[in-house]
Write a protein that binds this ligand. Sequence first.
Ligand code: FES
Ligand SMILES: [Fe+2]
Length: 364
Amino acid sequence: MLTAQQPVFRKFWHAVMPLTQLQGGPQPFTLLGVAIVLFLDEHGEPAALRDRCCHRTAKLSMGWRIDEGPLCGKLQCGYHGWTYDRTGRVVSIPQYGAERPVPPDYRTPAYHCTARYGYAWVALDEPIADIPAMPEFGKQGWRTIYQFYETWATSPMRALENSFDNSHFSFVHRATFGVASQPQPSKYRLNDTEAGFYAETVVPASNPEAFQRISGVQDAVTTRHMRNAYYLPFSRRLDIEYPSANGQLGKRHVIINCFTPIDDGHMQLCQWLFRNDTEADCPEAMLIHFDDVITREDKAILESTDPDAVIDVRRRGVEFSMESDKPGMMIRKRLFELLTAHGEAEVHRSPTVIPIQAASSTGS
Ligand code: FES
Ligand SMILES: [Fe+2]
C-alpha cells in the first residue's frame, strides 16, 4: 500500500509535532504527501495551513508568527509579508493601505488542528474517529516521558506489524531483551475492538542487572505481561507489566506510538512513555536510553523492508506469512475493510513477481 495515495487516511487525526517545537515559530511538516505549516495562533492553539503562500507560492514555514499588535498570532509570509489567520484567509497585505480590503478569496487551505497530550494533531479532512485515549496522561501516580520524535524511512504498516510481532525478539533484539534460545513466539490472545483489536500475552525477557531498575525485578530472566492494543489506522498502545517484587506493585511501562504517515516511504515515529514509578526509582534518562537501544534495532531492520506492504491479501505471493503474523494480518484486514468502506482499492507498486524455480541439480 502506498500510504499517501489512500485518501481515507486524510479523515483521521495524526500526531504531527510536539507543541514545544512550535514555541520558536512556524514549522513545516509533510502529512500524507501534503506540505503543511504549523504555528500557534493568538490563543496559543496550534493551527495548520498548506505550506504555500497564495501570492507567489513561497513556503509559509519560511515566514514567522507575528507576536504583538492587532495581527498577533497571525502567520506572515517571509517573501512579501502577506499575513494569514488560522482559517487560511489573507488578513493583511502590507503593500495595501489600511483602507483597502483584502479580496475574500485570497486564501490557502486550512486543516483541522488541535492540541492533545502535548502534541499538535492534524486531520486533513473532516475526522471520522477520535484521537486515541491516553488515560495516564497527567494522572496522579504516572509520569509522562516524551521518548521519540523522529523520521523513519519506512511505512506505518511496517512499524505497526512490527509492534505486534512476537517472533522477531530473538533475532532483532538478541543483543538486548530477546532470549536467543527461545525463538518460538508466545501466542497472543486476540480480540477485535471497535477501534482495532486487543492482544494479550506473557513473554519471557532477559533481565540483566542493567535492566533491573526498568523492570523492578532482580531475576536474570523475567516476564513481561503485554497488553497491546491497535487503533485504526496507525496507532498502538503497549502496556508492559513486570511481576511485582519486594512487596511492590509490578512496574508498568506503557508506550503509545503514533506512526504518522509522511509520504509513501516515510513516517514520523511519535512515542510517549508512561510509568507508574518515580524518577528516584528509575531515572527518565535511563528509560529513554533503554527504549532507544531497542528502537534503533527495530529502525535498522524496518528501513531494510519495502514500505509498500501488502494490504489486499488476495495479492498472493508478494509476501509469505507464518502463524505469528496473525496480528499483522488482522491489521491488514481492518485497513482493507476501511479502504473498501470508503470506496478505495489498495494502491501499490505492482511488483514483478519472480517465479520460483526448482533448484538446479547440476550446479555450476
Ligand atoms: S509569496 Fe508570500 S507574500 Fe508573496
Ligand atoms: Fe522490536
